[in-house]
Design a binder for this molecule. Sequence first.
Ligand SMILES: [Zn+2]
Ligand SMILES: [Zn+2]
Length: 242
Amino acid sequence: MSFASWLDFLYPPACALCRDPLSEGCYLCDGCRADLPRIEKPFCIQCGEHIEGFVPEDVLCSQCRGCEFSFEFARAAGSAHDRARELMHTYKYGRQIHLHRELASLAREVWDDPRIATQTDPAWVIVPVPLHWRRQQWRWFNQSYEIAKTLAQMQGLRLEHPLRRIRNTTQQSLLSRAGRLANLRGAFRLSGRELRRKSVQNQPVLLLDDVFTTGSTVEECARILIQEGGAEKVVVLTVLRG
Ligand SMILES: [Zn+2]
Ligand SMILES: [Zn+2]
C-alpha cells in the first residue's frame, strides 16, 4: 500500500471544506468544488494572471511587459484566494495528502485552453517542481509531485523527474523579482541519473507546481530543462495563481 492510499484509508471521506460526508474517494462536495475561485478570461497570455476590464484576448499584463521568460507561458486553474487557498493550505501544511486528487482535477481544467489541449504529438511530459529533500522530509511529501502524478494518470501522460533541488532558499517573499531569480540560481540541477537527465530531451514539458506567485521558481526550472535538459519547450501549469 502506498503512502497516499494509506492516508486515503485513514481519512474518512468528507468534504475538506464543509465537512459534509461524501462517498468513497471524494474529498470535495459539488458545491465547494463549484465555489473555488477560477481564473476567468481575460488573462495575461504570458503569466495567466486575470486582467480586469474589457481587453483583447492576446494581451500581456503590466508585470509581463518587457519581461523575458524561459517558459512559453503559464496557466493556473484557480486563484489562490478564499476557499481555494484554504484547500491548498490544508493539503500542504495540514498534511492532508489525500487532497492531491481534488487538486489534480482542478488543474485539469486548463485543458480548456487550446494551447494546452492541442499538444498531442508528441504529448506533454509532466515534470513536477522538486522539493529539497530536507523540506520533503519535514512535510512528508512533495505537494507538486503528488498532484503531477495523479494528473499524468488522468490525462494519460508521461511523468518524469529530471530535476533535483540541491539548495533550500531563504525566504523569497521579501525580495524583488530580480532578487528572487538571483536567490534561486543554483538551487536546481538536472538529476545525476542518466535516464532522468535525458527524459525531456526534445519533448514538450508541462512543468507542474502548486502555486504560481512571481514565477521565479518555475522560471529557474524551465531554464534548466531547456538549456541543460534539451526540452523542446516548457509550459507552466499550476493549480493556483497567487
Ligand atoms: Zn463541501
Ligand atoms: Zn502577465
